[in-house]
Design a protein around this ligand. Structure first.
Ligand code: NAP
Ligand code: HSE
Length: 441
């Protein structure tokens, strides 16, 4: 490469501003380390007049990211706009087709279009780097692309969304309300433009779709992921989990099973003393089980300007050094079709919370329905709300709802769903059952 590596940065929000700041701060050190010069040529955002955290007056301004993607004065198009389709997709496609390298933090885009975009990159022999798209500052793409090659991976899982982990941690530690903590995560720049993507588990699923491709060499398939968010997690669940020796985390898990690849995102109970239970706040972790290496876990900041910029810069430096690798580890032509394991076949333990009518026989009927499905209970606790027992006249049944919490031994999702349908049909519960899967780690 003759001359500096010229960047066009599209998106000067939380991450874009972080990238500009980090480049300014580190360029002298990089020169000492003989990394070819990296220079920002142009930037693009929606509103030129907007007050920003960084001074962008020295860079050429573009209103339209597609025009920036085509511009002859850039070598690398850095996409930090976001969104599955629209301007981000069109601009990335344009940049690749024009033979420019692309660095992006956009997991929504890649979860849906990774294969298509990687084939253009391969055809044009340019980079499509996306370290920042999975778990913010954690270098998991590089680890899987370079350090773990040669291993047969059996499972990849992790806490992949900083916003959800921040909310669950604060709810647990400070008994705070959901909405209140979400606002805090938004103010800190962790949440997506639409935080429903965080809370509903979609953001975790975007990252899991990519991890599955990197781990198992299968085509990226967002639609094959079983998805549940944290919306239904209440303080009652967090409290009960704590008493039973667990923490609740939103996990993304991809697992090779005999019937295919199980990809799932859902709130999960993990043992309180496991390493993952201690990953708190905006911190993420990604764990990979490989046949030769064993279990590897990387922990670090999963969101925010600094950690995300750190990953974007590492992708840019690779390009400056001339390191261009197939984006999805194996060439697109060598990717395998995905065989989806059915969620009904999922096996494991379950936490169940029922709101049971306080009347004779309801408990026995519920236990009977569980037994019919061969579900064995490890523990069962009736948890009357504080003060409820002393308020009952003569301590008689009240027919009011009474929370009952159970932990099962290993069973299947199909058995649990069948038992729930029968229990609801019997009329002993007064709200839809709450169920949280327990993950063995
Ligand atoms: P953000 O703060 O909302 O910034 C988005 C930027 O894109 C803004 O500068 C905005 O312009 C610009 N933009 C939006 N639509 C545009 C359009 N049509 N044309 C030109 N510019 C447009 O978002 P962010 O948090 O930095 O996230 C950027 C990307 O990084 C997303 O893909 C996100 O998922 C990913 N990511 C974020 C984090 C994080 O912690 N925030 C972590 C990892 C990955 P204006 O400034 O003029 O409004
Ligand atoms: N909204 C995402 C999160 C940003 O909270 O993890 C990082 O991908």
């Amino acid at each position: 490469m003759n001359g500096p590596l010229r960047l066009g940065i599209a998106g000067v929000g939380t991450v874009g501003a972080g990238v500009i700041q980090m480049l300014e701060r580190s360029s002298a050190a990089m020169a000492q380390w003989q990394i070819p010069e990296i220079r920002i040529s142009a930037v693009c955002a929606r509103d030129r007049a907007k007050k920003r955290d960084v001074d962008i007056s020295a860079f050429e301004w573009f209103d339209d990211p597609i025009e920036l993607a085509k511009d002859d004065k850039i070598d690398v198009f850095v996409e930090l706009i976001g969104g599955e389709d629209g301007a981000a997709k069109e601009a990335v496609e344009t940049a690749l087709k024009c033979g420019k390298h692309v660095v992006t933090a956009n997991k929504a885009l890649l979860a849906h279009h990774a294969v298509e975009l990687a084939s253009i990159a391969e055809e044009k022999n340019v980079a499509l780097n996306f370290e920042a798209a999975i778990a913010g500052g954690i270098p998991i793409v590089k680890t899987m692309r370079e350090s773990l090659l040669g291993n047969r991976i059996t499972r990849v899982y992790g806490i992949l969304n900083g916003t959800c982990n921040y909310i669950l941690t604060r709810m647990q530690a400070e008994e705070r309300e959901f909405a209140d903590v979400l606002r805090e995560a938004q103010e800190a720049g962790y949440a997506e433009a639409d935080p429903a993507f965080d809370i509903g588990g979609h953001d975790t699923a975007h990252k899991l779709a990519l991890l599955t491709t990197l781990a198992f060499g299968t085509v990226t398939s967002f639609d094959s992921i079983y998805l549940e968010g944290i919306e239904r997690i209440s303080s009652a669940d967090i409290e009960a989990a704590d008493e039973l020796g667990y923490r609740i985390k939103l996990l993304g898990v991809a697992l090779a099973t005999e019937s295919g690849i199980e990809q799932r995102v859902h709130p999960t109970m993990v043992e309180k003393h496991s390493a993952i239970a201690e990953v708190d706040g905006v911190t993420n972790c990604v764990a990979v089980d490989g046949d030769f290496v064993g279990d590897v876990m990387l922990v670090g900041m999963g969101a925010g300007a600094g950690p995300t910029a750190s990953s974007v810069i590492s992708d840019i430096v690779d390009i400056a050094r001339g390191i261009i690798l197939p984006p999805l580890i194996r060439p697109v032509a060598a990717l395998l079709p995905i065989k989806r394991a059915r969620m009904r076949a999922h096996a494991g333990g379950y936490y169940i919370r029922l709101s049971v009518a306080d009347r004779p026989g309801s408990f026995a009927a519920i236990a009977g329905r569980m037994a019919e499905q061969n579900i064995s209970l490890k523990s069962i606790v009736q948890r009357p709300p504080a003060g409820e027992i002393s308020r009952r006249p003569g301590n008689r049944p009240t027919d009011k709802p009474m929370p009952v919490v159970m932990i099962t031994h290993d069973t299947t999702e199909a058995a649990i769903q069948k038992a729930f349908a029968l229990i609801e049909q019997d009329g002993h519960v007064q709200e839809p059952p709450q169920m949280i899967r327990i993950e063995k780690l």
